[in-house]
Write a protein that binds this ligand. Structure first.
Ligand code: COA
Length: 372
């Protein structure tokens, strides 16, 4: 691999939204440490922070909550389209198509003014949650549950998923998980969104690119793979032989390693605490013990730390979220960061067009087909 492979370490632009210190294991949104936000902020406050780089006052927060609630419902035409999707299609594929379809029913789709883009950021953030829950209902052959305006964004998602208002603890836990996943600087999906919007296409195109990019197992798809791996390992005794066989075969263990963090991912530390508390409460602490053993072995065997996807798997499972939805749930949160980056890119835009180091053949000439 060349030194420029994967653009590792390359600074590709300025941003005021979020920064990651991979050596110290620090993450801040607009200068505020992620731990403070996880402890004190609601997801709605975080959304405002990412979009404006300051916390909202009470009136601004109330207005944002009201806007999100007012824009959460899907157009009946969109729901009719979602009903035509194959039942066995992967949730990230239906989500990508669903996000793209939202643009078709937005009269402001092609308006790239700042005001219209803020309105679209609200609509996309509000509707992403409804879209994921609606697609899941339809996948399970059930009727979608309409969003409720009196619930927080986090509680509303869990409500639409199960049809029941979640407990305060479940809603708060999910709210914190949304905060922890909301932004992460120039990660692959965010960068894809910025590259897309930098051509001056529209926000729906940018967020569709981002959803497509998030789906892969090296990015957002890792949380689903982590849970399937934990299920496959099954028992604590099996952790060591399982990991040894995988590592000997040079397989990547999902939920470990990071392109930027070379120490503990601060989001993983928070999620680990949440996983411990939730699994004990639900009487499934073997899932936590198993995860902790995998974490210890990966550090010992490979010097690799758990990333955001590792403990989010057990957290989501205890919250009753089906494993197929783990990656779509990432999008429910990250759409806040994606839209913040689209707004930021447009505020000081230049098309993103890097160069390639040419390593192909030289001095070739056209040969007529009958002579080849
Ligand atoms: N399991 C096993 N080995 C891993 C690993 C993992 N999860 N992550 C990295 N490594 C190994 C690599 O094979 C490489 O070994 P080598 O030098 O012998 O070839 C070394 O550690 C360096 O890793 P590298 O692949 O250069 O890291 P990267 O910056 O290119 O990739 C990730 C970062 C996140 C894509 C990578 O760690 C990964 O694939 N992790 C699993 C998927 C995942 O959890 N993604 C979610 C990220 S939040």
């Amino acid at each position: 691999m060349s030194s420029t492979s994967g653009l590792r370490g390359v600074v590709a632009g300025n941003s005021k939204i979020c920064t990651v210190d991979g050596i110290e294991g620090k993450l801040t949104y607009a200068g505020i440490p992620i731990q403070e936000l996880a402890e004190h902020a609601s997801f709605e406050e975080v959304v405002y922070l990412l979009w404006h780089q300051r916390l909202p006052n009470q009136a601004e927060l109330d207005a944002l909550k009201a806007d999100l609630a007012a824009n959460a419902a899907l157009d009946p035409a969109v729901i009719a389209l979602l009903r035509t999707f194959p039942k066995d299609a992967k949730p990230m594929d239906t989500l990508r198509t669903g996000v793209s379809a939202l643009g078709l029913w937005d009269p402001e789709q092609t308006d790239n003014s700042l005001e219209a883009n803020f309105r679209k950021a609200i609509r996309l953030t509000a509707k992403m949650s409804t879209l994921v829950a609606t697609l899941e209902s339809l996948r399970q052959g059930k009727e979608p549950v309409a969003p409720r305006a009196d619930l927080s964004h986090a509680a509303n998602f869990l409500y639409m998923l199960s049809g029941e208002v979640p407990s305060e603890i479940a809603a708060r836990t999910f709210d914190v998980a949304l905060t922890l996943h909301a932004d992460h600087e120039f990660n692959a999906s965010t960068f894809a969104a910025r590259v897309t919007i930098a051509t001056l296409t529209d926000m729906y195109a940018a967020i569709t690119s981002a959803v497509g990019t998030l789906a892969g197992p090296l990015h957002g798809g890792a949380n689903e793979a982590v849970f399937r791996m934990l299920q496959e390992i099954g028992t604590i005794e099996n952790v060591e032989p399982y990991l040894k066989a995988k590592l000997d075969a040079k397989a990547k263990i999902m939920g470990f390693g990071h392109a930027v963090y070379k120490t503990t991912d601060p989001r993983a530390a928070n999620l680990k605490k949440m996983s411990r508390a939730l699994t004990v409460e639900a009487g499934v602490e073997h899932l936590f013990d198993l995860s902790e053993k995998v974490e210890a072995m990966m550090l010992e065997a490979k010097g690799l730390y758990a990333n955001v996807d590792f403990y989010s798997a057990s957290v989501y499972h205890v919250l009753g979220i089906p494993v197929e939805l783990f990656t779509p749930v990432f999008a429910v949160s990250r759409v806040s960061g994606w839209t913040a980056h689209v707004l930021e890119q447009l505020a000081d835009n230049r098309i993103i067009r890097p160069r390639a180091e040419y390593v192909g053949p030289v001095d070739q000439h056209y040969v007529p087909i009958e002579q080849r």
